[in-house]
Ligand binder design. Structure first.
Ligand code: FAD
Length: 383
């Protein structure tokens, strides 16, 4: 074990590893613990044994950023392929491009509108409700893109995500629904986009590969039978904690609510199941929201051609024992979060970060960017 330790990082996701790497490069001795049996948090990926195809165990992860500092930083550990993400949606047995664009509109309305005519049509259809006074998600959705497109691409997909009819969901869940009046169906608008050439796990391992970093897996911060637990450590050494903030305080202010995902993985005896990496299923006819087909993330790799790996994704509210994925963020959650934020200020040399530690959905580039800022703005002076 690294002795004496200058910093304990709880959680080996992108936030924790960025903190660990920065501190280690500055000569500090860092121990990273994770309760899972692998590093990398939700970005972890592994080769499916039968086919060798890289599978993202916690759902498809696409890297994209317009933050030049983050882009420069991540390129120290991996190169990126030229993969450009595109998503399609299966609605009533017909496949449309997303986000909704001129191609989607013309296919849906069996028409050949130009941008101005399409814009005028959607504005007219959206006039049914006023965005500002929308009473629920359904009214808001219609006020943004009109009823026909809303009912086809948003209503049932969103109900499946939340297991709740959209008439019973708050309007504030959506602020905007992108519609492009061009045929551009590139999913992300960022300057940089791609997938790590050697895979996510190789990238994450490279970040942890430093003589000043020791990673201990299967180690829970709240398990007092292991030495690096909360009671024994807090106050003795600086800690960066990236686990759930409510768990840290033993749920003293109540539980923050999350949605989780269930994945059903299958190897199919075909070289190509759906011709693309992600297919949404917009309708209520199937219970899953999308199907990922991983070989399409790396068309540059050689795989045996006769088999493919698909993963169906199902969404539901999380219980305490589930993996927390997306913050639900109800008004009660926001009140609780404020109380937890007050409590975090009272902890001796413990900094809270990452998506679980701040109860915030963070893309990878945001988690990395936020860790870089925490390191230089707060942590450096504590070490
Ligand atoms: P995490 O990756 O969750 O890491 C936290 C770690 O803390 C975990 O390994 C956990 O085991 C550990 N931990 C928790 N409690 C304890 C404890 N008590 N003791 C020890 N260890 C503990 N981002 C993108 O940019 N593009 C995408 O396409 C994308 N897709 C996503 C899809 C899904 C389904 C989800 C959920 C997220 C997606 N993200 C995506 C976001 C990405 O996963 C996050 O940005 C990233 O995981 C944040 O890193 P983190 O370190 O904050 O958290």
């Amino acid at each position: 074990m690294i002795e004496p330790m200058d910093l304990l990082v709880v959680g080996s996701g992108f936030f924790g590893l960025t903190i660990a790497e920065r501190a280690a490069s500055a000569g500090k001795r860092v121990v990273v613990i994770d309760r899972r049996s692998h590093i990398g948090g939700n970005a972890y990926s592994e080769a499916e044994p039968e086919t060798g195809i890289e599978v993202h165990r916690y759902g498809a992860h696409l890297f994209h950023t317009s933050n030049e500092t983050v882009w420069e930083y991540v390129n120290r550990f991996t190169s990126f392929t030229s993969y450009v993400h595109k998503v399609y949606s299966n609605f009533k047995g017909e496949v449309y491009p997303l986000p909704i664009n001129l191609g989607t509109i013309n296919q849906f309305f069996r028409s050949a509108y130009g941008p101005d005519a399409a814009r005028a049509l959607i504005a007219e259809q959206a006039g049914e409700f006023d965005t500002k006074s929308a009473q629920n998600l359904e009214e808001k959705g219609i006020s943004l893109i009109g009823r026909p497109l809303y009912e086809a691409f948003i209503r049932d997909y969103t109900s499946k995500q939340w297991q709740t009819p959209t008439t019973e969901l708050p309007a504030e869940i959506i602020s905007r629904l992108p519609v492009r009046y061009t045929y551009d169906n590139r999913y992300f608008n960022d300057t940089h986009e791609g997938l790590p050439t050697e895979g996510y796990t190789a990238w994450l391992e490279k970040m942890a590969d430093h003589p000043n970093i020791e990673v201990r897996l299967n180690t829970d911060f709240f398990d007092e039978s292991q030495p690096l637990n909360k009671r024994a450590i807090v106050g003795t050494v600086p800690v960066v904690y990236t686990g759930p903030v409510d768990r840290y305080f033993d749920y003293a202010e109540g539980e923050l609510s999350w949605r989780t995902l269930d994945f059903e993985q299958e190897v199919l005896p075909t070289g190509d199941f759906q011709g693309t990496s992600v297919m949404n299923y917009a309708g209520p006819d199937v219970p899953y929201t999308r199907i990922h087909e991983f070989r399409h993330f790396h068309p540059e790799r050689e795989y045996p051609t006769d088999k493919t790996v698909i993963m169906r994704e199902f969404s539901r509210f999380a219980t305490r024992d589930d993996e927390p994925y997306y913050p639900v963020n109800t008004p009660e959650d926001r009140e609780r979060l404020l109380k937890y934020r007050e409590l975090t200020g009272g902890e001796d040399r413990v900094l809270f970060g990452g998506r679980l530690g701040t109860y915030q959905y963070l893309d990878m580039h945001m988690a990395i960017g936020s860790a870089l800022s925490m390191y230089s703005n707060k942590l450096e002076e504590l070490l």
